[in-house]
Design a binder for this molecule. Structure first.
Ligand code: PLP
Length: 284
């Protein structure tokens, strides 16, 4: 694979980052994941808008122009011949040359790393036909989950707990209400209404979420942005999650309880089709 480090395209075994990089020592950095379908970047603009917001919330200077980000994404997709897959982009506060809790001087250059992952057949994942099972875990993350930081240890632990309990993912719960999945936003469906937690510091503002809610409204579905409990989700007609890499993924079991009829429902199926069709129209 060819990867990108600070403006250079290098074979992955020649790419290096300092041991003093704040990303490595402090998880002081942010990231984005953009899906590639048919060689094109899905929801690219939305991901770049959120990247700039995450950087600004952490006072990390944005190191590249919009055009540079697009060019680097396209160059990696081309050089690695990615038809279906994803591009991972990470920006950290860079290498201050030592370890210190205080931020380094503003002129310290951020570190930009990008790489691709090939995922042939990404859009027709078999899991979309069978649906995921999820288990609930307490949400033990920090209080600024709206910033997409590389601080992913707790979601990793939650994913491992889900696997240990025979499930595909975990839904995190705080004060009795679902926040989100380990790497996706969570939804339930009641009749013609889609319910998902409102935006706040408690969840990541999913780019796929924004698109799916817009398509749902355009398709005359009702949208309620509010939190819900695991019990309400278990007794809903359907449940699903959204993310850049899973698109719209049905959830068919929650803590071992079948949701609705226990199979993949029509609303999740339809929203997945609409999302894939519409987002390809604006892919770049
Ligand atoms: N919530 C969390 C915690 C995530 O990590 C992600 C994606 O990685 C999402 C939600 C979904 O966001 P997006 O649709 O922008 O991929």
């Amino acid at each position: 694979r060819t990867v990108y480090v600070n403006g250079d395209y290098l074979p992955e075994d020649q790419a290096t980052v300092s041991v003093f990089d704040r990303g490595f020592l402090m998880a002081d950095g942010v990231y984005e994941v953009v899906s590639v379908l048919g060689g094109k970047l899905i929801d690219f603009e939305g991901h770049m808008i959120r990247l700039k917001r995450s950087l600004s919330e952490l006072s990390i200077a944005n190191p590249l122009s919009d055009d540079d980000y697009l060019e680097a994404h396209r160059a990696l997709v081309d050089r690695n011949a990615i038809t279906d897959g994803l591009v991972y982009l990470q920006v950290t506060r860079g290498n201050p040359g030592d370890r210190d809790f205080a931020y380094p001087p503003a002129e310290t250059a951020p570190t930009v790393v990008m790489f691709t992952q090939a995922k042939p057949g990404l859009a027709d994942a078999p899991a979309a036909r069978s649906g995921w099972s999820v288990v609930s875990v307490p949400d033990l993350r920090w209080g600024r989950r709206d910033i997409k930081t590389v601080q992913l240890l707790y979601p990793s632990m939650a994913k491992m707990e889900a696997k240990a309990r025979g499930a595909d993912d975990a839904w995190m719960v705080e004060e009795g209400r679902v926040t989100e999945g380990t790497s996706n936003n969570a939804y339930i469906v009641r009749g013609n209404t889609i319910i998902t937690r409102e935006l706040s510091h408690d969840i990541l503002h999913g780019i796929t979420r924004a698109a799916v809610l817009r398509f749902a409204r355009e398709a005359q579905m009702q949208v309620e942005e509010r939190s819900f409990t695991i019990e309400e989700a278990q007794s809903a007609d359907e449940a699903f999650v959204t993310s850049a890499s899973a698109f719209v993924m049905p959830v068919v079991r929650i803590d071992g309880v079948p949701v609705g009829q226990g199979g993949v429902g029509p609303v999740a199926t339809r929203l997945r089709e609409i999302y894939l069709e519409e987002s390809l129209k604006t892919a770049v």
